[in-house]
Ligand binder design. Structure first.
Ligand code: BYC
Length: 336
């Protein structure tokens, strides 16, 4: 099986055995007490099947997002405007790959193999973030992805550091630290462009116009239309709702846009004294669902690129498994 410990195939089947799945009332009660006390659930602990399934769904989707998220920015590595920007971008894209790996490892602790998760992604059955199905047309898009996409991701992910499932929560601590660097490098790249020519400034504004609404949609459907939120929050997987996070993101981003010198493309965006928050306009949820369901501008291209990369990496996995088998055979021989 191809797992986080990169085991040699042992003929034991595709999945790690599940914890007992019968909804034993005593086990269920102990689980509930731990959740209510804001405690952590660890891989060896009993958990209800539905909790396990929800975590596998969310963590694997998150992992897929990190991996597919490498593609729109990866397209600019060979076109970065300077050696410094190229080095930063390579490091960032590499970090996203690392995030995907921590997250696949966290999901594997729930009894689903990486092969199973990748099969879901490559067949188009599994979801990944809508945001990565839009094109990166100019260098300013790379800065805006750092500032807004990573900014939205941090807003969503910081509360996940307190997720009730231990391996996910722990993975998120490092992910969030790295995402903060990503956000700042994007913002800094844009600040530099905004001191440049009129053409460069216009490029930044155009990128902001194209990404703003997509970033607001990233947080997921409104709370009233979010089928998984209530249960996810009851289990302490999600800590803050989709709408609350979206609002926090808008409130945090407005002053940053001012410093940068760009306008956010929403005529309804204004401070509401009474609420103590910014009001904002209507998100196009039809467009969001079209994209989530495979019909966004780049869905097909992203998936095809991912499948091709996976297929072309087969020899690396074969070589690593052959090496591990050799090592294992040697250590058995030496121990005999
Ligand atoms: N895109 O009931 P809901 C990054 C789906 S990458 C696609 O609210 P839930 C980065 C949702 O899955 C960061 N699908 O669901 C990388 C559900 O469908 P299923 C990505 C979406 O789970 C590279 C249905 O809509 N971050 O940082 O309670 C470069 C109903 O939604 C989206 C994460 O993945 C979407 N935007 O809440 C730069 C964070 N939104 O599964 C940056 C972890 C919703 O029932 N995930 N859907 O078929 C989460 O926090 C939650 O899963 C969500 C959705 C907030 C996304």
């Amino acid at each position: 099986m191809y797992t986080q410990s990169f085991n040699v195939p042992d003929g034991s089947g595709k999945t790690v055995p599940l914890a007992p799945s019968n909804e034993d009332p005593a086990l269920q009660a102990a689980f509930d007490v731990r959740i209510d006390a804001d405690g952590r659930i660890e891989p060896q602990d009993w958990m209800p099947d539905a909790y396990r399934k929800t975590l596998v769904r969310q963590i694997s989707q998150h992992a897929h997002s990190e991996i597919v998220g490498m593609l729109p920015e990866g397209n600019w590595i060979s076109r970065a405007p300077s050696l410094k920007r190229k080095a930063i971008l390579i490091a960032k894209v590499q970090d996203e790959g690392g995030h995907g790996l921590y997250l696949y490892s966290a999901a594997e602790t729930l009894g689903t193999s990486r092969d199973q998760m990748l099969a879901g992604l490559h067949s188009g059955r599994a979801k990944y973030s809508s945001i990565f199905n839009y094109p990166t047309l100019t260098w300013a898009d790379v800065g805006v992805i750092g500032w807004l996409v990573d900014g939205a991701a941090i807003m969503n992910q910081v509360p996940l550091c307190r997720c009730s499932y231990g391996p996910y929560a722990r993975a998120m601590v490092r992910v969030c630290k790295e995402e903060s660097f990503h956000q700042r490098q994007g913002y800094e790249a844009l600040l530099v462009m905004m001191t440049g020519t009129e053409e460069q400034k216009a490029m930044v504004q155009d990128a902001v116009n194209r990404w703003w609404w997509k970033c607001l949609a990233m947080f997921g459907p409104p709370d009233a239309d979010s089928p998984n939120s209530a249960q996810g929050m009851r289990w302490g997987i999600k800590r803050v709702s989709n709408d609350e996070l979206r609002q926090k993101f808008v409130d945090a981003t407005v002053p940053q846009a001012k410093v940068l010198g760009v306008t956010l493309p929403d005529p309804d965006l204004k401070w509401n004294e009474e609420r103590g928050h910014h009001d904002y306009g209507q998100i196009d949820w039809n467009e969001f669902w079209e994209t989530v369901n495979g019909n966004g501008p780049c869905n097909k291209e992203r998936l095809a690129t991912r499948v091709k990369a996976h297929d072309e990496g087969q020899w690396v996995r074969d070589a690593a498994l052959a090496y591990a088998a050799k090592q294992q055979a040697r250590s058995i021989k030496e121990a005999a």
